[in-house]
Design a protein around this ligand. Structure first.
Ligand code: ATP
Length: 503
């Protein structure tokens, strides 16, 4: 699995999808740049989301709020008081860690020990092996798994009750060592706010302390009344937004899964109090359908309903995706009651209410939120699409089978040879198709190698111009996933590609 993930990262770089940021200065940790193909894929995912959420819903509109917001926003949202991670330093190595991650890693090791026992027994007993029975009767496995549960429970409880001394006590009790140096000499655990601070204004004395937004949602809440009134929106309705968010993540590993600067695609759906559960269920289903429509495999998604809720929420779930490092959160769907608008009312002193003509009364609407990380979605699509295939003749090929609608380049046009007027025809085809699709030209190397290059880039179609084209104005069109080739008329190309793009 680790190898697969390494492959994903190197493929993303080699084919112009993702580069480490500031690489000429040896990079900046947990910050990444999207290259020429990555920018296109990312844009296509964003558009695919926007189309499904805004264009397809009469009662959802989109906005683009600023990254800077008035500092009181973050008091009202709770981010100043409660948006933090528990950190611990090692006194010898001077390295800083997330205390909860150290404990989770320890728990995971126990889990792996249990899995090893299970695998061993499976081998020994063969077909007669009953895993369920083994897990509930084998003393060693029971020991590992119950210890794991106990640790995680204790940690969750300590964090929830903000008993940071107990988090440290747990680390000491388990004798958790610095992963790099083995030292067990730890400091106290402290809460560390994840928001990036900055200043507005040139004069130091008058400068205003600002934060880079850690989520896009607050720009939506702050504009609730503006949009509702100017758009004459009637409940239930939604406001959507995509844009950058910033978090000073301490454990920033796993490539673009957890970055310090990332992009979110969020939608807040405003509903009548009391009707939120209906809409929560609606959006759970709608969002899962959206994911399924991309064809990455139903088995790669699952809901993770939260048992422990934030104090204001009355339901919450994550859509988890099977990333190369296991199932992890890709999207969150939350029923947030009137917490956000209500809190902004309190802090701003402005009414953020809705007059419901049917009920003939004013109220603060309840909110269902859907929130997905664009970069995480990118990673889901990219890692799921990267495949190493063994062909019938025993040779292998690397193919990036991106959903056609998301592929950065829809077709590459290839003249079979660089002479006899074939390149001219190829350019004419491009001139014609480029109004509708991103198309590329490639004349270097043998055509077989060009096909492989386009396979690895994720281009769904290769259009080859050969000598027969000169006679009858037909070309071959090769399909990336099946490698099947059809002879088709040049005039039909647009329709053939379009049919696939719009599936
Ligand atoms: P996690 O538990 O993984 O840190 P979260 O629960 O803090 O995520 P939310 O605050 O619910 O995440 O944010 C909504 C979505 O934004 C997440 O589902 C995820 O897709 C994305 N996201 C959050 N933090 C990051 C990050 N540091 N890098 C990339 N995407 C992120």
């Amino acid at each position: 699995q680790e190898d697969i993930f390494k492959n994903v990262i190197s493929h993303a770089k080699e084919y112009g999808y993702i580069f480490p940021s500031s690489e000429i200065y040896d990079g900046l940790s947990a910050v990444y740049d999207y290259g020429q193909n990555g920018a296109e894929l990312k844009k296509n995912i964003r558009e695919y989301w926007w189309k499904a959420m805004v264009q397809m819903h009469e009662n959802i509109v989109g906005i683009d709020a600023a990254i800077f917001m008035h500092p009181t926003t973050w008091k009202a949202s709770g981010h100043i008081d409660a948006f933090s991670d528990p950190l611990i330093d090692n006194k010898d190595s001077k390295k800083r860690y997330r205390a909860d991650v150290l404990i989770e890693d320890y728990a995971e090791k126990l889990n792996q020990k249990a899995q090893k026992e299970i695998a061993k027994a499976k081998k020994r007993f063969g077909d007669a092996f009953n895993e369920e029975e083994f897990v509930t009767t084998n003393a060693r496995v029971i020991g590992y798994l119950s210890k794991k549960e106990e640790i995680l429970k204790r940690m969750a409880h300590s964090l929830e009750t903000e008993n940071l001394a107990d988090v440290k006590a747990l680390i000491e009790e388990l004798e958790i060592a610095d992963p790099d140096t083995g030292s067990k000499n730890w400091t106290e655990v402290r809460q560390f706010n994840l928001m990036f601070g900055t200043k507005l204004g040139a004069e130091a004395a008058n400068a205003m302390d600002l934060y880079l937004r850690p989520e896009t949602a607050q720009g939506i809440f702050a504009n609730f009344s503006n949009v509702q009134k100017t758009g004459r929106m009637k409940i239930p309705f939604g406001i959507a937004q995509t844009g950058k968010a910033f978090r000073n993540e301490i454990v920033a590993r796993q490539f673009i899964f957890r970055m310090r600067e990332f992009e979110q695609m969020e939608m807040q759906f405003f509903v009548r109090p009391g009707e939120e559960m209906k809409w929560y269920e609606y959006w759970k289903e709608a969002r899962l359908k959206w994911h399924m429509s991309l064809g990455l495999g139903e088995e790669n998604y699952r809901f993770h309903d939260h048992d422990k809720l934030a104090f204001y929420a009355n339901a919450a779930t994550d859509i988890e995706f099977n990333f190369p490092f296991g199932f992890k959160e890709l999207e969150g769907i939350h029923s947030r009651t009137d917490h956000d608008l209500g809190s902004h009312e309190k802090f701003s002193g402005k009414k953020l209410q809705y007059f419901d003509t049917e009920l003939n009364k004013n109220y603060v609407p309840y909110v269902i939120e859907t929130s997905i990380g664009l970069d995480r979605m990118f990673l889901a699509v990219f890692s799921n699409s990267l495949k190493e295939e063994t062909l019938e003749d025993g040779s292998t090929r690397t193919v990036l089978s991106l959903p056609v609608v998301l592929a950065p380049t829809k077709a590459a046009v290839l003249p079979l040879v660089k002479k006899d007027g074939l390149p001219d025809i190829a350019h004419e085809i491009i001139e014609d198709l480029k109004w509708d699709f991103n198309v590329a030209y490639d004349e270097k190397d043998a055509v077989g190698r060009r096909y492989r290059r386009q396979d690895a880039l994720g281009t769904p179609f290769c259009i080859t111009v050969d000598h027969q084209t000169l006679e009858d104005k037909t070309v071959t069109i090769r399909h990336r996933d099946t490698m099947k080739q059809d002879r088709v008329a040049i005039v039909d190309l647009r329709k053939i590609i379009n049919d696939e793009v719009s599936v």
